[in-house]
Each structure stands twice: as structure tokens, then as C-alpha cells.
Ligand binder design. Sequence first.
Ligand SMILES: [Zn+2]
Ligand SMILES: [Zn+2]
Ligand SMILES: [Zn+2]
Ligand SMILES: [Zn+2]
Ligand SMILES: [Zn+2]
Ligand SMILES: [Zn+2]
Ligand SMILES: [Zn+2]
Length: 1755
Amino acid sequence: MAEPSRDPPSALSADFMSFSPGDTASRWLACADLQQEVYCHLAEYVPRILCQGGGMAEHREEQREEQREELALQLLLLAPLEWFLLGGEPAAGLALLQQGGGSAALCGHVFKVGEPTYSCRECAADPTCVLCMQCFLASAHRHHRYRMTTSGGGGFCDCGDAEAWKTGPSCQNHTPADQNRETEEDPVSLLPPAVEERSCSIFSIILQYAVDLLTWEQEDQLPAGLEPPQRSDSYYCMLFNDEVHTYEQVIYTLQKAVNCSQKEAVSFATTVDRDGRKSVRFGDHQFCEQAKAVIVRSTSRQSKPLRVQVMHSALVAHQCFALKALGWLGQIIQYSDGLRRILCQVGLRPGPEGENSSLVDRLMLNDSKMWKGARNVYHQLLMNSLLMDRKFKKLFAIRFAKNYERLQSDFIRDDHDRQFSITDLSVQIFTVPSLARMLMVEENLMMTIIRTFVDQLRHRDAQGRFQFDRYTAQQAFKFGRVQSLIGDLKYVLISPPPQWSQQLRTKFLDGFETFLDLLRCMQGMDPVVRQVGQHIEMEPEWEAAFTLQMKLTHIITMMQEWCSTDEHVLIEAYKKCLSALSQCQGGLPDGEQPISLSLAGHTVDTFRYQVSQEKVSIHLPMCRLLAGLHVLLSRTEVASRLPEQLPLGELSPHLLIELPLRCLVLCAQVHAGMWRRNGFSLINQIYYYHNVKCRVEMFDKDLAMLQVGASMMDPNHFLMIVLSRFELFHTFSAADLRRRYREANKDLAQQNTLIEEMLHLIIMVVGERYVPGVGQVEPLDEVRREILHQLCIRPMAHSELVKALPENGNKETGLERVIDSVASFRKPGVTGRGLYELRPEWSKRFDLYFHHYSRADQSKAEEAQRKLRRQNGEDTALPPPRPPPLCPLFGSLVNLLQCDTLLALEGAVLQWAVEPSGGGWTESMLQRVLHLVAMALLEEQQQLESSGADEDVSFTFSTRITRPGEAPSTSGSVLALLESLQNAPHLEVHKDMITWILKMVGNIKTTRERTSGSSVSVSHGRRPEESVRDKDKAERKRKAEMARLRREKVMAQMSEMQKHFINENKELFQQSMEDLEAAATATEHSPPSLEPTCVAHICVGPMRVGGAERRQLVTCILCQEEQEVRGHGRAMVLAAFIQRSTVLSKNRSRGIPDPERLDPLFMHPDLSVGVHTASCGHIMHATCWQRYFEAVQQKEQRRQQRLRGHTSYDVENGEFLCPLCECLSNTVIPLLPHACSPDRSVEHPCLETWLKRTNQQAAALDSTHRKQSHGAAQQVEPAVPDRFRVGFDLQNSFSSGVGEMINTFSMSAYKVGLKVNPNEQDPRVPVLSWSTCAYTLQSTERLLMDEKKPLFGSLPCRQDDCLSSLTRFSSACWTAAPIRTVQNHFIRLLSVLVPIPDSQLEDAPCILDVDMFHLLVYSVLSYSSLHSLDQSGRRSVDSAHLHLLHLVTVAHLVQVLLTFTTGELSMDQDGEESEEEQLTCQLYGRLRDHLGRCLPDISCGWRLWRCVRASVLPFLRTAALFFHYMNSASPPADLLGTGPGQWEALCSYLSLPSNLLLLYQNQRTLLEPLIHRWCCHPGVGQVLHGGGVLVRFPRESNRLIDLPEDYSILINQASSFTCPRSGGDKSRAPTLCLVCGCMLCSQSYCCQTEVEGEDVGACTAHTFTCGAGIGLFLRVRESQVLFVAGKTKGCFYPPPYLDDYGETDPGLKRGNPLHLCSERYQKIERLWRQHGIAEVIGHAQEANQTLVAIDWQHL
Ligand SMILES: [Zn+2]
Ligand SMILES: [Zn+2]
Ligand SMILES: [Zn+2]
Ligand SMILES: [Zn+2]
Ligand SMILES: [Zn+2]
Ligand SMILES: [Zn+2]
Ligand SMILES: [Zn+2]
């Protein structure tokens, strides 16, 4: 496998030395054939520089190689080009050019992947106009309403482009200094003529060279003139990218084919994916062919094989250089507009083959054959050159348009994403309105695009309509790609022209006609037939058709907008559309049976057609476009001004309404359940038909078409046709038919629904007037009405409203322009989001039958509105609001309301309603009829009000309803029926509405009588009386209602509060429940301040108070039995969760210690890793818990057999969920009894005596232990103190049950804390128990301190219980370990402070390497093992604790002073030094005596003391917590608050002098030698000289990193972040660690690392070092917080960034500017500091099972 020999690097270096680019350039200047000369040079050097094999060398080696290559390339290849171009030294020449030529006033910054882009929603011409961050910040748009997105790569900043911005086109940096330069001056004229000439020739040679090579298709040959001097047998096996094979397949194949490691395979695959190709093998021809054969063979099985080529190394080298050369061209032209233009000229100059032979054409036409990397480079060059030059942008646009069809076909066949295709440049060209219009006129662009699109979809049915249901996968793929053409069309149409030229009109209308051809292929596609009998077997395909419809929605709307700006165009388009529709519908009535319908004295001819039996289609784009144009005729008043030009006479309204009506009937029948057997496909279609994404050009236009038709027909005829299509004609046409029909037809419910739907349709046809052109309204009125009706349902967030409104082509809804007029904004709290609430005055505009309500929306809104009215003490009638007047063209619509047919319908329904039951009618039916009657009355009233005094109002509904009905039921007039129904008991709900109607009738009557001036007195006599009665009744009713409401409100409030409390504040709720539980069950839980106040509160030492023999009664949550906590009783346990923690770490770089070798006995003051214990506070019998846990285990085993999924907890690691609160737990803490009260009878030794005796005891034990283990006698037997029994056997004070639980918890702490397997023999077992106790206390104290809460009494019960049990457990856990082990620990701990005589202990650490609180806890807790041997009867354990406290405190004082730094400068305090300050100074002086110049000279006692006090305070507070819990000593009142006197109270509680220095001062003789020994420890000097980790005091609390206020700053940071592993690549998912601020390359193969034998993603790996398994991250591109625990667990959490509407934006989909919400960030921080992350993950995973399935370890 030897690689062929290559030039040793030194050979190249020699060329380096002797080569002169200047000389080469001069030679070129003089030569006759420049191209030959340059080619010759390239042929010689390119293969030598760029043909270095490559690939598998060591990473560092490879990097050095790359650098060398880069240098050689620069010097030998590019430098001569520059010398030649500039005719001298390049740097100077370029600077000169830059000065002389000036550069473009365009920014043109090309976006990187993930870079933030900004678009102004007020000023951008369209949403594709964007600014880069620098330009945005320097622009006026910063203060406008803007949208922020991240770029997908490609595209450039539009700053400086006057067409892209309505205002403020340039930022401050790109504002042209000289306005006159704007004029079209040829920039080439500014170049020196020699440079012009040389650049022309060298650019054409280099561009030609690059184009030749990039489009070269032979593998073994080179273009003429480039053959290398000596041809070698060296080849590359080149692997190309495709979108078919997965990463895994490629990696697997490569490992097999080229025999590389997985890592290398991953790296190859990554490069192939990024650059589009990568050589995977270098060697002779045969060697490479072998690899190719293997790759092709092993990937050809499932699909098309991977593309592999064996290419000659010289060819590959030239291709590499071609790319470099293009990059060079791109850079060089940045220096001068003149050079840029020359390059443009060269690029577009026609070649020898005429049409399409320019170099740019050749590149474009070969685009789909090139690999990704090559495409990217030349696209970038096009953007830097042609698209930045005003003149050539136009010429290029023409080339692009001419080649459009070919380029698109290439793209559609290609399998690369569009962003890698030349077709993607359309956005840069077509969105420039002037270019787009020019292309439309000159190149017929609109028609070209539409025609290309239609040509690509060839699959049609017999009628020529699109047929998607038989699509193969390949056709579906093609369909997916061809949709981008619609995007291009959208760019072209996005802004309607301000002026029309005659040519533009012609070309637009040509395009419009082609578009009609497209619609013709859609009209009637995917027809459905009602399935009877059997359910359909296969769901028909429907999505493709709807995708097409959805994509075209904006196009159709834009076409209409264009039409609306020019009368001529509108009229012509209308004619074309009408004639196209007539052609389509030509055969509509043929073959159908003509019938004649009669009702209410009217007759109409139509034909027989039943939706329920024949084909019907939802796709009617042609009808709908016509409807839209018709409304435009009305809106622009063209119809009234130029009626003679319109073919209105040719319209047959019957035919116009036919298809839309069928579609609406189909919806009604589906609602009525008549189409159940047609499956979900139909239901989905109906859903999208009404959906906000489609309805504008579907449902809305069908409704408009019915309005068009109805306004042109006799209203009776219209209604009869509607009845007939609803298949309801016979129900209403004969008097008693319905009764008979009812008996025959079991589907009465179905029929009732149809009647409801039909009545609703009539309401909408007459009532929906908010489309400009139908009613006299403005576009914003329409938006306002939509918002109003959404908010009538409930208050909504901004994003919900946006979703409910249709967007226009610019992604705007108009929401922001009207929202403040209809709604008020309510800000969000720490959770939830901001909401808009409807302003009360607008609820009067509520329309129950608003056409965009779904049935569910409608009933919610109705309920909400009735409730609101009741609350306001109003009646609950919901009459229709006053509608806006209709436009003249639609004016006759109102006659529907009073026509005979409708009156007959109304009469019939009211007649049915007289009978209470029978199912012949429904309440909704009645409600709709009442609504229709009310609409008619409103109409009449409005007409009366607006008419002049003597005008006759033709709308006479109120008179008509007094006439008895004509048919079918002759029982009475509509009015009479209403009056009789008013008091019907079964219509109580509708009473208010009927009353409203009758009142209205009365009012109208009065008005009419008043205007007609007669019989005024008649009504006058009746009305006052009636109104008094009415008023009275209303008042009574109102009062009763108010009372009921108050009751209801109180009830609702209570249940709401309860619910809210439980849901929103789950944790608190648990606590309060526990409070109740605890209060009921345990007598000990009286607040800690109940001791009589006269007794001094002391928690440690012989004087301590408390630890009384209080009985502790607790209840098991599993069996509900009560139990007393006793050492010998049944064991009780507390569910608990242990985890490693780095929350307090002052040193995150320490790395993970080797668990086998780690000695945890001395905690370093950097607290880099600790073990934290938390509990939910729920108590169980140990036996009950064991049984529960076994059940969980069994269940889990069964589950794993069934499906191998994870759960939210890991049973194998002992995890379970608390049976009561489901809190994640992994062990239990045993409950132990309180400590005994101190024995006050014994005499307590002073420090000196105790120290001496303890020393002796320790020494004796040490020697005995050594003797036992070594078996050999020692030289000197230390004297064993009096009555100290070295071999004394202890009797265990715990029952076996309790002992077992002590063991359980010890083992958990050991296992989790060290990440090892359980091992009871390990001497480190008890240390870990003490450690978790000390660490948990320490972190609790930090939290209390930082949240400024009192030390005692402010912890929630669950935490208080946890700490108390944990501490008491720790003080007893030594009993479970071998006593010798514990004694040894004590001796080693003591030796830090006090020398143990004759001991042969390994060196104790120096006091700068020990955390004093941990030392205190460990030594106090291990002391018992020593003390228990003392049989002298002097049970003075308490004084020992006190002495230990004193000693450690002094050590801590020394520790603080040793690490004191003068870093912070502050004013010195004036005046007398206090006693403390003096003593501190003295002590510091002593330390300096010992250590000399290691310590700075500080004479200011005030500063020293201030530091000491601040540093020792946390230690004292933590010690107070520790002794409080250990000895059950109640705290003094001062410590239950945060007032002054904390320090003194603390000292006295700890039995310390409040002047701490006295501890040292009073025992100087005893302590002085100890201090001397501490200072002289070699470690001290080492640390102080920087030889270790120096921790200074006070230790500051850790916080999460500071985040910027503006989210885009983060995005920008992330976009410039490159993957640390793959050499300068952009990271796909940059993720920020919130703990340390590290940016990571997440969710990517490149940054996977092996952790504990498994490949994990960057986040998980980082979590192990930074957070000991717990991680908090911000995924910057997603705007999402990620919590990770271990390898398998994680969840997402709402980010702390909100938009102005109080909402987060996960995935940055909406693009509103985001700002930091510090409250929410604090909440996350608190969660972390409370060690609550794992618990949050547990709850999230339990609530959402899909979270469990995510591969968290790969993030
Ligand atoms: Zn810019
Ligand atoms: Zn700019
Ligand atoms: Zn703006
Ligand atoms: Zn129990
Ligand atoms: Zn619990
Ligand atoms: Zn970190
Ligand atoms: Zn990476």
C-alpha cells in the first residue's frame, strides 16, 4: 500500500527561493502569445504544488502541508498574475487602484450560513431584501419594525440598492459620498489604459482556463497546453456527493473500500457532503480502480451507486487551482469598479460558437454537472462581479432569462439542493422590479416561467387536467423541485408596476393567458364521488393538488393586484378569464336533465344534478379567479364607468354559480356526515379549503361567486337553485312533505344539518361585505374584523393572531396596523406569554355567523360573548352587527332577505319550532332563521335612516312579515309566529333574541309612521306602557342574573385559583401539602423558634441546647401507617436524588479525576466536583419502599422485553420516581432519631488538655493499626492513654433494618460520587457520605445568601427535612464502616491541623489545598470512632466538637489571610482601628514573619479585617447549619430574619467570641507552633508562587454567563464560530454552554468524542467535563434552551428571549426581534443552582414521551 514517491518538500522550497514573480511577469509582458506562456507556467507548477497526494497523514502534519501549499500557490502562481496585471509591485498598485477607482456604493456582503439577516417590514420592497448586521446597525431601519432571520448561506446584503428599499436604501457606511457619481459613468475609463489592456487579456486567459477545467469531462486528459512536462502514474479516487445515500452508508462503504478507520471515513464523508467531492485514495491507476470497484459494488444494491471517478492527479490539481484562481479574480475586482467591469465584459463576451458560448453561459449551462464546491466558488464570483455592476447585472439577467428553461430543466434533473444551483440566483435578479419588468417585456419572462412549469408536469387525465395520484417517486421528486418555479414567478410579480407601458400590458396579458392555461389544468382536478355501501379501499392522493393550490395562492392574488392597477388590463384579463371559463364549462348543462322548479309562486328552470351522486371537485381556480376579477371591477368602479366594454351580458349567472355552489354543498354534506365512507382524504381537503393558507383563493372566492351570481339573478330563483343543490327542495316545496319525508328517511339529523348549513350560507351571501368591492370598506377593515372575531373567542398571543390571518406575498397580515385600535396588550409574567384582549366597545361588532369561524370556534365565541354580556348585566341576544353598505354592483343582494322564497323558508322553520319536540327542527336552525330576520330588520332600519324624508324605501320586510305566508304552511305570518314563540317555554334560550326582533319591528313601524306622518298616536298609546313593563321585567331579571353571576363568579374563581395553584405552581403545592402532612403527623415540625427565649441558643459544645427527646412521628406515604423514628425501630426512609455537581466549582479546568485513584478525604477549596443530595421530602417505610422498587424493576424488565425504549428514569442505576409526586429519585435517606442532649454533669476539658489527649489517642491507634497491618513490632510503643481501649468492640445502636438503610444510602453516595461500582470494602465509602452532607449544606447556604433570605426558617420543608435527615445520617454512617477505617480517616484529617507524634502518615496536604468546612464536617463526624473507645466516663464529645470548630476556624482565618490580595483598590478607612482590625494585623504580621516576602506588605487592618469577615461568614453560616441539623438545636431569633446583628448572633450560636481573632489571641502559645507548621508546609510556598490552584476568599457565587440583551448579537457570534475540528468550517448547530460560555459544534459528526466507550456529541461530551453530567445550553440557531443529564436524558426549555409581544420564538420561525428577559434567565439560573435540572428533565420526559426517544447523546 505504499504511496508513490512524491517530491520531498525541500525540492519545492528550493523553487521558493529562486522564483521571482516579477521576472516571470516581465517575461509574460514581452512574449508574443500570452496564453501559451501562462499555460506553460501553470502546466509546470500547478501539479507540483497541488498534487501532494493527501488525506491520511497526521492532523498536524496535514495542516503544515496545507500551509506550505498555500504559500507556494501564492508565490508561484498568483503573485506573477498580480505583477503582470499591475505592471509592478502588487500591494502598491492595488492601493493606487483603490484610490483612483472608488468602489461601489453597494455593500454586497455575501452571507455565511447562519449569519443574521435583517429585513425592514416597513421599507423593504419585498421580504427577500435584507441587510447584513453591520449595515443594519448603521441604517435607519434599526428603529423600524424589522424581522431578523438567519441566512441559509448565499445571497448578499442589499444595502445601497435603491430598488430594494422604499426609504433609506443605504446605511451610513454605504451612502455615496459624491452624489454625482451615481450617473452612468463607465468606471473602466478611470483605469490607466495599460492596466485596462493587461487586465483584459489576463482575465480572459484565467477565466477561460477555469471554465475549461471546471467543465472538463475527461478523467485522464488535460486541455491543450496544460499537459505536465513529465506524466506520472498517480491518480485520485474521487468520491462525489449525492443526496441519495446517507452519511452512515457512505461511512460504512468507505471503511470497507479504502480500508480506513471510522474516524477517517467520517472525515471523508463530511468533506464530500460539504464540498461535493473528496479524493479517498491516492495511488497508481489500478490501486484507485480497485477502490472504485468496491464502492460502486457495495452501493449499487439498493439504489443508484455512489459516483466515483479515477482522475489523473494533474487534472485534479488544475481543477483545484481553477477554483483558487476564481477566488483570486473575485478578490482582485473588489479593488476597483473598473476591474470588475472588465471581468464582466470578459465573462459575457460571446465566444467563437456564437449563441450561449460566452464563458458565463458555459458555466451556467454546465452547472448541474459540477460538484458543490466548484459551484459555490463560481456562484460567489458571479455575485461579486456581474450582480454588483449595474450595467452588467442587466446583461446577465438577459442571459439568465434566455437560458431559463434549460437551466430549470437541468436543475430539476439534478439531485442537489436548490441553494447549490445556479437557478437560485433568480432571487437576486427577479426581485429587482425594474429588471423583472424589463425581462417581462424583452424576454417574455412571465410566459417563459409559466410555460416551463406547465411543461414539466406532463401527467394529465383525459380532459387534460393534472393527475397526481399515479405519481412515481421520481415524478413526486420532480414535482417537489418544479415548485421553485412558482417562487420565481412570485419574485417577478411581487410589486405591481407603478406605470404600464403598452408593451408591458401586452406581455402581461400574454403571461396571464398562459397562466389561464395552467389554471385550466387545475380546474376540476382530483374529482370525488360519494362512496356508498363500502368504505373506500385506498385513500386517494390529495396533497399534491393542494400543495400546488397553496403555492399558487399568492400568485393568483398578485395577478389580481396587477390587474387592479390598470383598467385596460383588468378588462382584458376579465374577458380572457371569462372566455377560458366558458370553454371549460362549455359542456356543463349538456346531458343533464332540464327541470322546472316552483315555490312560493315563483318558477325557475334548471337541470337535475346531485352532489351526492355525481362527480364534484374542490379545485375551481378558474371560477375563483373570475370571481376575484369581478369584485375588482366593482372596487375600481370600472364596471360602472365603462359598462359598454364589459361582456357582462355574456354571463349566465346560473352557470357562474353552479360549480362553486356544488363545492359548498359538498362541504355541507361532509359536515352532515354523508361522505363518511370517503375517508380522511376528503376531510383533509375540506379542512384546507377553509384553512387560512388557502381560503382566500378558495372558500372566500366561492362565496364571492355566489354573491356575484345572486346579485344578477332574481333572488327567488337563486334560492330555489340553492335549495335544489342542497337536495332540500322537496322538504320546503310541499306543505306536509317534510312530515312524510321524516317517516321515510331515517337520516333526519343529516337533513337538519343540511338545512342549517344552507341557512348559514344564505346569511353569508347577504352578510359578508368586508371584501372591498363587495361592501364599501377599506382593506384594513377586513383585517380588523378578522382580529376582532378571533379575540371574541378568547384573548390571544400575537403569534396566534398572526397564524389566524392570511399573509400576503410579503408575509404581512396587516395585523400591526390595526391591532392597537381593537385590542389592548397584557404583558406576560415569568411564564406564559403576552396576550391581546378585545377592547370592550368592539364586542358590539361580533357576528355569530362570521364566515371564517369553524363550528368549534363559533360555539366557543358564542359562549364567551354570552358570558360577557351576562357579566355586564345585558341581555344575551347576539343580534347581527350593522353591516357596511354594499357596493352598487352587489346592491341587489339585500333583496334575498325579503324575497318570497326566503320568507317561506323562515315561515316553515318557525312553524316547526312551535312543536316542542319531534326532532323535526333544531335550535341552530331556529337561531339562523332569527338571525336572518334580524339582518333584514337591520337592513330596513338602515335604509330608513339614510333615506330622505319623502323617498320611498323599497325594502319593506317589516310589512311583508305581517302578511300570512303563502306556501307551504298557511298558518300565519312570520311576525305572528314570532309573537307566539316569544313565550314558548321550550325556547327560553332564544327569548332574548325574539324580544330583540319584536322590539325592532316596533321601532321600524314607529319610524315609518313618523316619516309617513300618520297615526303616530296609535303607537304612542301603547308603547310607554309596554316599555315600563319591559323595563320592570328587565330590571328584575337583571338583578336575579347579577346575583347568580356573583355566585357563579365566586365558585369559578375558587376552582380557578385552585387549579391555577396546582398547575402553575406545582412545586409550591407539593410543599404546602407537605406542610399540612407534616403538621398533622409530626410533632417535631413546630417552627424552630419555640424554645423559651431566655435560654441562650447554642448549637455546638457543652453548652448547646436542644436535641431533646422529642418524639418523631411520621406517616408512610405507601401504607399510610404512622411510625415513630427510632434507632431500633422499623426503618423509615426519605426518597432522595444524589448527583454530582459542579455548581460551586471555582475551577472547571481540573478535568475528570480517575475514580479508582481519587482520594476524596480532602476537598480542595476550588470545590471542583461535589456530590449533591436532594429530596422531595416523602417518607416511606424502608420495607414498603423496597417492595415498591422491586415492582418498578419487574415492570421495567417486562417493558424492555416488549420495546427497547428508554424511560425517563434508569432503573438499572437505581432510579425510580417518588410514588407520590413522581419526582426523580435514585436512593433513600434513612431517618434517624435526634441527638441526645449534652451531658452537663461531666467536666469539659480545655483545648490544650483535649488536644493533648486526642493526640495521644490518635498516636496510639495509629501505631496499633500499623502493627496489625505490618505484623512487625514498632520500636517505640506510644503510651496508651488512660482507659482508652484500643481494641474495644462497639455494640450497634441501630436495628438491622436501619443499619441496612444506612448502608444503602452510603453505597449510593459512594457509587454516584465516584462513578464506580459498589464496593462495601472501599475505605472511601464513609467519606462520600460526609462529602454529600457538607456539599449540600454549602450549596444551600450559598443560595440563601444570594437570595438574601434568612439562614433559618426560610427553606421549604422538603429541603429542611432533607438536610436534617442527611446530617443526622452522616453523623451515624461511620457505624456501618469498619471502625479502623474511620479512625484512620480521623487521624489523617487531624494531621492537617495538628502534628501526630511518631506517626508515619503520608504527608498531609497544606492548608491552602483543603476546604475548611469539609475538614470541619469530616473531622467532627469521624471523631466519634475515636471517642467511642474512651471508656474513662468522660463523655465529652461535645467539647471535642467545639474544640474542632475553634481549630478549624483559626485555620480558616490563616487560610484567608494567606490568600489575601491587594487587587482591589479602595479608600483606606480613616480613624481609629478597632480591636479586630488590630488583631488581624498582628496575625497577618506573624504570617509574614513565617513566610517572608511571599505575602504582600499590608498595614491596613481595616482592609484585612473586611476581607476576613466577608470570607469567614459563609464558613460560619454553613457550620451553623451543620450543627443545627446535627444537634437539633433551635436557632436564635436574629437568625430567622435578615436584620442587623447577624454576625454576633451567629458567633454566639456557634459558641464563638464575636471577635473571632480572640480565638487566636487567647491561645497564642498553643496555636503559634501550629500556625508556624501550617505556614512552613512546602505546599504553601508552592501555591503562593503559582504552582497550583490558588483559591481566594471570599469565594464568589457562580452565575450563569451573561447573555447579550439583543439576540442577534448571539446569532452573529454563532455565525462566526467555526467547528474546532474540521478546519475552519461553519458549525451547523452552534450551541452555547450557559455555565462556562463555551461555544460548541453540536449535533454533528465532526465533533463527536468518545466518552466511556460511546461516541457522543459535543454537548454531551462537554457536559461531562463542565457540569459533571449536567448541562445547560442555548442552541443559538433554534433559540432553544437545552438541558442534558448524562447520556440518555434531556429536554428543551423555553429560552429567556422574548419578542415585543412577550413570546419566545423557538426555531426563530417568526423572526421578530428578541430581547433578553432577565426574570426568565434568573429562573433558569436558580433552577441550576438549586440542582433542579435533572428533576425538570425527569418531569418533562414523563409528561412527553417523545422526548424520551431523542438521541440526546448525539447533541
Ligand atoms: Zn451590508
Ligand atoms: Zn451598508
Ligand atoms: Zn425601515
Ligand atoms: Zn409503609
Ligand atoms: Zn415525593
Ligand atoms: Zn461549559
Ligand atoms: Zn464540529
